[in-house]
Ligand binder design. Structure first.
Ligand SMILES: [Zn+2]
Length: 71
């Protein structure tokens, strides 16, 4: 999970840098898509951590649904 987070964030950084360097709106747009994927992974990773500590079912369900919406 952490490696996916790092990989996705590095894609975001690469795309946004090369998007601005080459004036490519497609790269810049896709970089923000990757940033939303990073956000979804952070929500999923956090829900895994919180789910390991406390076992409140509604919190896990809420985190799972928000990750699905973000991805
Ligand atoms: Zn995506």
């Amino acid at each position: 999970m952490v490696s996916m987070l790092c990989l996705t964030f590095s894609f975001f950084l690469t795309e946004i840098i090369f998007g601005y360097v080459t004036n490519s709106l497609a790269l810049i747009g896709d970089s923000y898509h990757m940033l939303s994927d990073v956000l979804a992974l952070v929500v999923g990773f956090t829900s895994l951590r919180v789910g390991a500590i406390c076992c409140e079912r509604s919190l896990k369900l809420c985190a799972r649904k928000s990750t699905n919406v973000l991805l």
